[in-house]
Design a protein around this ligand. Structure first.
Ligand SMILES: [Zn+2]
Length: 449
């Protein structure tokens, strides 16, 4: 290096240091510190509450959690006073369909509505979900690539919504749970005909291609449809659809790219082949048997069982034109799903909270807590399924799921003790996501006196 070059690089170094220190000063001034007083804190690192705590929030993240006596709050600082309330991490729903409305069951809607319609639904549903206290969701199954776009738009701050872990369409066999069945040949509903909607796959090589395509377009997680479904036409929930070889291919390709795999699986054998193939979660798990439960424990597979929506489907959904075939299938699996969930809980299978929101109205997600406790979990266990465990399943434990220094300031408050009555989570009074207040029915946020 010659002398002139050395001088230039030194000058550049000085300039860089100046710029760096200026940026850090700006960062400090543009992100005011918020002091959140938590009367009763459930931080989801244990099953216990701690009283009279303070969370210090700088910018989007928590920098300190300490007893109130150890924190000096400067005069004029922004305080969120939840000293009479119960403060918890923002909730996480690992199974949503934010594009879907719970009043569009007749399959005719598949050919009547456009993708743009789904986009509008997504804006509305994302806000309802956030207002209900769910600050993160895993969206598992939508048109290509609705959930990816939704995630980006929310992250850019275009409209309020939860953090989204996005899948593409669930990979389905021809004529399977994800296909459009019951119409004459030639009736199609595709925006992207070249790739069979990135969804219909027959044989491991097609699975490989579809997984790679989905990853190319930005999905965070791969959803596969291991067995038949309840709300599809002409298939049986108990029947295996993807083969073991097809599922193994999906898992290998997804894991190689650092993506997890969620398997829709009602049927006993399909559940086992999905676990054997190495999926990260079994969705629904309705007809799981004792062997399947043991396999889930051995593999560390999460169970995401949507045990609330049975009530809604057998009630309201009929009004909205749910075909008789689907009602019959729901009756068949609904009760068994709850009983088998209880067995899995007793056996110690890892549970993450997921509701299939979209099948029932968005924003009612917390109604499932009641059933999780009714069918064997403690309130603390059910809450941790929707916080720390959910964060682990969706691969975001470094950012969300507990209230600790370094995590995003995603937190909610309720006005009664959820460990005594978990149903209080159906009425969340305060929502903060990334240090920003999205709901404050308590008038908690104010400047210190
Ligand atoms: Zn679903």
């Amino acid at each position: 290096m010659n002398h002139k070059a050395t001088l230039i690089s030194r000058a550049f170094l000085v300039l860089s240091v100046l710029v760096l220190s200026l940026t850090s000063v700006l960062a400090q001034t543009s992100a005011p510190t918020i002091y959140v007083k938590a009367g009763h804190l459930f931080d989801a690192t244990s099953d216990n509450l701690r009283d009279n705590m303070v969370l210090v929030v700088e910018g989007e993240r928590i920098t300190k959690v300490a007893p109130e006596a150890q924190v000096t709050i400067p005069a004029g600082a922004t305080v969120v006073d939840l000293s009479q309330d119960w403060v918890l991490p923002g909730l996480i729903d690992c199974h949503t369909h934010l594009q879907a409305r719970a009043d569009r069951y007749d399959p005719i809607w598949d050919v009547k509505r456009t993708s743009f319609n789904s986009g509008f639904n997504g804006v509305v549903n994302a806000n309802k979900t956030l207002q209900a206290g769910f600050t993160s969701v895993r969206d598992v199954g939508s048109q290509p690539f609705f959930a990816v776009d939704l995630r980006r738009a929310i992250d850019e701050g275009q409209f309020p919504g939860p953090r989204v872990v996005a899948s593409g369409p669930g990979l389905s066999i021809t004529g399977g749970h994800g296909d459009m069945n019951g119409f004459a040949p030639g009736v199609e509903n595709r925006m992207f005909p070249t790739e069979r909607d990135y969804q219909i796959v027959d044989g491991p090589e097609q699975v490989r291609h579809a997984v790679r395509e989905q990853i190319k377009y930005g999905v965070d997680v791969i959803k596969i449809l291991a067995t038949g479904g309840v709300l599809s036409q002409g298939d049986k929930p108990g029947a295996e659809q993807l083969t073991y070889e097809e599922m193994k291919m999906a898992v290998d390709e997804a894991h190689r790219a650092g993506r997890k795999v969620a398997a829709h699986a009602h049927g006993t054998e399909g559940i086992k082949d999905a676990i054997r193939a190495g999926v990260d979660s079994i969705e629904h798990g309705s007809l799981i048997d004792a062997e399947g439960i043991e396999m889930m424990k051995a593999h560390g597979t999460y169970l995401v069982a949507d045990i609330y929506n049975d009530d809604y489907i057998l009630g309201k959904a009929v009004e909205f034109g749910l075909p008789k075939e689907n009602v019959e299938k729901e009756k068949m699996v609904g009760r068994l799903q709850r009983e088998n969930f209880a067995k899995a809980v007793t056996a110690g299978v890892k549970i993450a909270f997921g509701t299939d929101a979209g099948v029932y109205p968005h924003g009612d997600n917390a109604k499932q807590f009641h059933y999780m406790v009714k069918f064997g979990m403690t309130p603390a266990g059910a809450i941790r399924a929707a916080t720390s465990s959910a964060a682990d399943l969706i691969d975001r434990a470094h950012d969300v799921g507990t209230l600790e220094a370094g995590k995003y300031a995603d937190l909610i408050a309720v006005t009664a003790n959820p460990l005594e009555r978990v149903e209080v989570l159906e009425h969340v009074s305060f929502v903060m996501k990334g240090g920003k207040v999205y709901k404050d029915e308590l008038g908690a946020a104010k400047a210190a006196q």
